[in-house]
Design a binder for this molecule. Structure first.
Ligand code: HPA
Length: 250
């Protein structure tokens, strides 16, 4: 088996139901500690690695996640392909709460995060191509698996990544929409570009859990986010369950 799948679980997915855990790897990395032990196990009889991006239980805010350590740990355990699960806000019209999105592009608004492994210390400087931030073959496989289990995914869209942990102002979202963003979240970067630096295939399965600031009728409430998350994450689990078997057949 020359390829290994890893799943990075975001908010609402700190555990992977159905994962039979055979190992919990406490990996130390040149960049410090990952968010949580990397779980190795089987999902539907297929080997997968899993890490909870915010720790388990959920405790690390988006701007303090050690993205470099998480990806280093996964790669060290021979991951070749990563599906990242992200909870996001919906900006454009189609991006209603409950919608699953497979973004195609990214605009990065984050700052002050450790965003590269090419800092001269770990590795000599290299400018990786990032024109198309997500791996197309992986995206297509996710779309196929979703359609097999009858789940709809919006194919495409621009993921605008903000610093957080606060939500955006309505004006910030207005500006992001003008920039071309369809969804907004806090964890898409530098995870995606680090995956590219590590030469890992990477795609994001994003779940819209609220209308972005200024797009709904009032303030964004944690309650609506939690409700949409609870419903949507079931769809994510169903797709991932199908995906792992399709992945190892591919
Ligand atoms: N903005 C930023 N990040 C988010 C949002 C949002 O509205 N919803 C979920 N993650």
């Amino acid at each position: 088996m020359s390829h290994t799948l890893a799943i990075i679980g975001g908010t609402g997915l700190t555990q992977l139901t159905g994962l039979t855990i055979s190992n919990a790897h406490d990996v130390q990395t040149p960049f410090g500690s990952p968010s949580a032990p990397v779980l190795e196990g089987e999902l539907g009889g297929m080997r997968v690695l899993f890490i909870a991006r915010h720790g388990h239980p959920h405790r690390i805010p988006p701007h303090l996640v050690n993205y470099r350590a998480n990806l280093w740990a996964l790669q060290n355990l021979y991951a070749t392909d990563i599906i990242a699960v992200n909870a996001v806000g919906g900006i454009t019209r189609n991006m209603k709460p409950g919608t699953l999105v497979l973004p195609k592009q990214i605009i990065d608004y984050t700052y002050g995060r450790d965003e590269t492994i090419f800092d001269g210390e770990f590795a000599p400087v290299s400018n990786v191509d990032f024109s198309y931030p997500y791996t197309e073959t992986l995206r297509e496989l996710i779309l196929k698996s979703a359609s097999k289990v009858g789940e709809k995914i919006l194919n495409g869209g621009v993921y605008g990544v903000t610093q957080g942990p606060r939500l955006e102002t309505a004006a910030e979202i207005f500006r992001m929409e003008n920039d071309g963003c369809d969804i907004v979240g806090m964890t898409g970067m530098p995870e995606a570009s680090l995956a590219r630096e590590f030469k890992l295939n990477y795609a994001s399965l994003s779940l819209v859990v609220n209308q972005a600031s200024g797009k709904g009728s009032g303030a964004i409430t944690i309650r609506e986010i939690d409700e949409n998350l609870a419903m949507g994450i079931q769809k994510v689990r169903t797709i991932l369950g199908q995906f792992v078997s399709d992945y190892y057949d591919s």
